[in-house]
Structures are given as structure tokens and as C-alpha cells.
Design a protein around this ligand. Structure first.
Ligand code: CO
Length: 155
């Protein structure tokens, strides 16, 4: 599984609205496998297709057990509560800021074979779902930051 280059802020890929995935074929599986490898190597909490230059609606999100869930054509169907916490992004290295997100979300998505599922997430994972799904709509977390943090103060 080769890794893919993660595009950085300023690249127009990150500002496009991605198209739905319609073909659940080996090309999709290769892309997902490459994204797993890329994300593991970058040690991130999530990675969306536009971050590797592919304008399709899919992403990986880290779950509580440290594994990565594949979400294809994901939609947030329910949001509850609110939380404010620190966020960063592999496409905006070295930048950290506070973003308000729902405390829990329910996401409906498809797996790599096209099977639909729903998943409820809370806390950090809910935040990760929101962040990655934002990427599919051309939004970056910096669009929503209420306060930037000094990276030195995070150590
Ligand atoms: Co990101």
C-alpha cells in the first residue's frame, strides 16, 4: 500500500465540494488502503479524500480503540449538545485552535462495499466525524476556530 501525498492549505482541492462515491470497486479499495497507510504514517485522527487530492465523499476517522473507520458518502443525521476543544489538521501543520462541535453525532454512511450503516459517536470521535465531513464540503477547521493556541503552550 503506497502512501499518498497530503495536500496543504492553499491547494484548491481543499475548497471543493466533493462528489458522491458511486463505484464501490477495486479502485476505491486501493484508495482506501492507501489512505489507511498515509494516515497511520502521519499519526492523524482522520483523513478525507480531498486531502490526498481525490474529490470524492469519503474519509477515515479514528475511533476510541485507535482503529480507523471508513465512511463513504457520510451524512450527519443527528447532532446533540456542544463541546469546545482543540483541533488540528494534517493539511494545516502546526496550527491548533478551539472549535465548537456537537457533543454527540449520528452519522449515516456506506462501507467500502456500499453497505449502509449508522454510527453514533461522542466526544473526540464526534469531533473527528464533523471535521472530516467538513472536508468533503470544502471546509477547514480554521473556518470555525474561535481561538488559536500557541503551539509552545501545548507541550
Ligand atoms: Co483535517
Amino acid at each position: 500500500m503506497p502512501t499518498r501525498n497530503i495536500v496543504k492549505e492553499g491547494d484548491q482541492c481543499l475548497r471543493k465540494i466533493c462528489r458522491p462515491v458511486t463505484d464501490f470497486n477495486s479502485r476505491l479499495h486501493d484508495l482506501l488502503d492507501d489512505m489507511h497507510e498515509t494516515l497511520a504514517q502521519a499519526n492523524g485522527a482522520g483523513l478525507a479524500a480531498p486531502q490526498v487530492g481525490v474529490l470524492r465523499r469519503l474519509a477515515l476517522v479514528m475511533l476510541d480503540d485507535g482503529s480507523y473507520l471508513e465512511i463513504i458518502n457520510p451524512e450527519i443525521i443527528e447532532r446533540k449538545g456542544a463541546q469546545s476543544d482543540v483541533e488540528g489538521c494534517l493539511s494545516i501543520p502546526g496550527v491548533w485552535g478551539i472549535v465548537e462541535r456537537p457533543m454527540t453525532v449520528t452519522v449515516r454512511a456506506q462501507d467500502r462495499f456500499g453497505n449502509e450503516f449508522t454510527r453514533k459517536a461522542e466526544g473526540f470521535t464526534a469531533r473527528a466525524f464533523c471535521h472530516e465531513i467538513d472536508h468533503l464540503n470544502g471546509h477547514l477547521f480554521t473556518d470555525f476556530v474561535t481561538e488559536y493556541l500557541d503551539p509552545e503552550e501545548l507541550e
